[in-house]
Write a protein that binds this ligand. Sequence first.
Ligand code: AMP
Length: 201
Amino acid sequence: MKFDNLGLSEGMISALKKKGFEVPTRIQELTIPWILGNTKDLVAQAQTGTGKTAAFGIPLIELIQENAGHVQALIITPTRELAIQVAEEINSLKGDKELSIVPIYGGQAMSLQLRSLRKGIDIVVGTPGRILDHLWSGELSLGKLSYFVLDEADEMLNMGFIDDVKEIFSHTPEKKRTMLFSATMPREIIDIARNHMHEYD
Ligand code: AMP
């Protein structure tokens, strides 16, 4: 299997070449064509290091529109390190597409984050607590969100963020696609999928 067979744009193929990605990993082979060809929600089991960031990052970049003027995708990660890493990986895949992809995490100066939020972000990659702070203050609006990604959902559970995640769901519109990635599938994670997601594969 090659990236050429996954229904990707020329811009994406050339971004992947520049990055040195030659063949998709197993999870990418499964999720990329599925996300691009479907409208359902997704629950995916994948360990760290298997290429899961690009497994959702590549189709997200393909689906997201330039100059939409509102946050189109929110990716929630359990740690600030992962938020930074995910934002960097997705930035490196965007090619010539004019998209703003910004990490928003606890511990970073609020002023910097407020400046980015006010300028406009297409894809926010954030940790749960700080995302809630910006939702409560009204600086972040998810009213027109199209894609909601939960990355390392089981880690969010282990770190006690599951109630924060549920609250973030309540700030998102009913009509959106949710994609949940987790290395393991404990009951609480399945419950999130059952209670907060639409029909999923
Ligand atoms: P992740 O599981 O998303 O943290 O990715 C682990 C590492 O694999 C990162 O350094 C990615 O840049 C890299 N990677 C992801 N997909 C591919 C691919 N198809 N070919 C080569 N490297 C990849």
